[in-house]
Every structure is written in structure tokens, then in C-alpha cells.
Design a protein around this ligand. Sequence first.
Ligand code: ATP
Length: 269
Amino acid sequence: MIEVKNIKKGFGDKLVINDVSAVMDDGKCNLIIGSSGSGKTVFMKCLVGLFRPDAGQILYNGEDFTAMSEEQRKEVRKEIGMLFQGSALFDSLTVEQNIQFPLNMFTDWSPAEKRKRVNEVLERVELKDANKKFPSEISGGMKKRVGIARAVVLNPKYLFCDEPNSGLDPQTSLVIDKLIKELTVEYKITTVINTHDMNSVMEIGDKIIYMYKGEKEWEGNNKEIIFSKNQRLNEFIFASEFLRDAKDMRMLEQAGKIDNNRNMDDLIK
Ligand SMILES: Nc1ncnc2c1ncn2[C@@H]1O[C@H](COP(=O)(O)OP(=O)(O)OP(=O)(O)O)[C@@H](O)[C@H]1O
């Protein structure tokens, strides 16, 4: 579990994160959503220690990350896996060398142990036959899988994903979301995901934190978000007329005003 308590972060005179508190749950996908510039990336960078907040605390399993020495923070970082936007694979390394990279950095395992672990995660992300391929030889979706395999190869307790679906088609995005969700549940990982993708919000949003101009404006889950009365959140998620109509339809359904296909057909006529 990660607990964020009243963190603030600014650059010069500009306050970018203003008094945000939240709890990221174990075994759950915790999504951070919000429009461009709302502070999602800065928030995530504070969580992983790339930025130090100006105020507030971040607790990893009850331990105050913000008050730790660099040495202690390294220990926490070993338990963090990261999936970067655009996968960030090393182009000159094969798929298996990319995945092995964290094992070389953080373990003293034998070559055979490393190979075994790499093959395990490759199988888990359904990329069994891609060991010897280079990133330039595989698709965007496969690259994401390699990125995910690399992020989980050390069995992290925490997984951070920055826009995991950027650059992917909707179908591949669903597959990647499903994989992240499955791994999160299987290994009880505390997963934090920055996303703009409304499909992801609806599919895997166990907890959703909506940021607006650096503040936490709303928090809930994928069942609640559709019925939220928060005007700013609604403007964000129902930006398209199609989605607004879909929401109205859902509201009518809930209220028992339309409940079968015949009525749907009537509405379409
Ligand atoms: N290193 C920095 N120095 C100064 N300002 C920064 C820095 N990093 C971010 N900012 C500012 O902080 C604000 C929030 O940026 P952030 O990147 O967190 O937004 P975001 O919600 O992740 O946006 P997007 O969805 O477009 O990635 C922006 O106004 C940005 O210009």
C-alpha cells in the first residue's frame, strides 16, 4: 500500500501539486486521470522519488519514503517496477537481454537462474518465441509486453505505468490493460497508472483519482464514475457528445425507464 499525505510540489512560483492525499491499494489498479497539465506526471514522479515533494509524506507500507536517506530509498526502489511511455526498450539489446537488464543490475543470480526467470516472464506475457528478436522487429503491442515483462521480472510490490496505451490501437490497448490487471491481482501488486484512456478507466479502474489543476478533484471506482455528479469530472470524461448520450442512456436504464432492446430500438428510430 502507498499512502500519500498532503503532498505539495511547485516549480518557482507555480504550485503544480496542491495538498494531494490518496491511498493506492494492494492488488488493485489505481488510475490517475486528468487533462493535460493537471499534474499527473509530476505526481507520479513524486511517488517514485524522481521529485521530492515540497511538503507532505509518501508512505510505502507505512515507511516514510520522503524522510528516507538515499540508501533507504534505493531499497524501496528495488521493489518498484516501471513501464514507461513508449516502452523505453534498449534498441541494441534483444528482447531477452532487455528483460534481463534489471536482473543484472540488482541480483547476483547465475546465468542459468536469470535465463529461467526471463523465460518465465516471457511466457507469462505470452511472448515465448520472441527471445532473440530486437525491438525494431516487433510490434508496438509486443514492445509493451516486453516493457511489462521487464517491469515485473524482479517481482515488484509496486508497479507504475505511465500512459501504457499510448500509441496502441483500441484492441491492443484492451489486451495490455487486461495483462496489467491480471499481473496486479496475481502478484498483489500496488499498481499506479497514469492514463487518458477512458476504456482503461472503465475496464480496470479499481480506484480512480481525478486530478484538476494539481488538486485531487474526485476519487471513486469505475462503477461510480459514470454516475458522478462532479461537473469538472463529467466535462472531462464526457467530452464527446457520443459519450454524453451513452451516459444519458445508462441513467435511463438505471432508472428503469428503458430496460430492453425494443425500447432501445424505439430510441434509435
Ligand atoms: N520540471 C518541471 N519544471 C517546471 N514545470 C514543470 C516541470 N514538470 C512539469 N511542470 C509543469 O507542471 C504542470 C503539470 O505537468 P504534468 O506533466 O504533471 O501534467 P500531466 O497531467 O502529466 O499532463 P499530460 O497528460 O500532458 O502528460 C505543467 O504546467 C508543467 O508545465
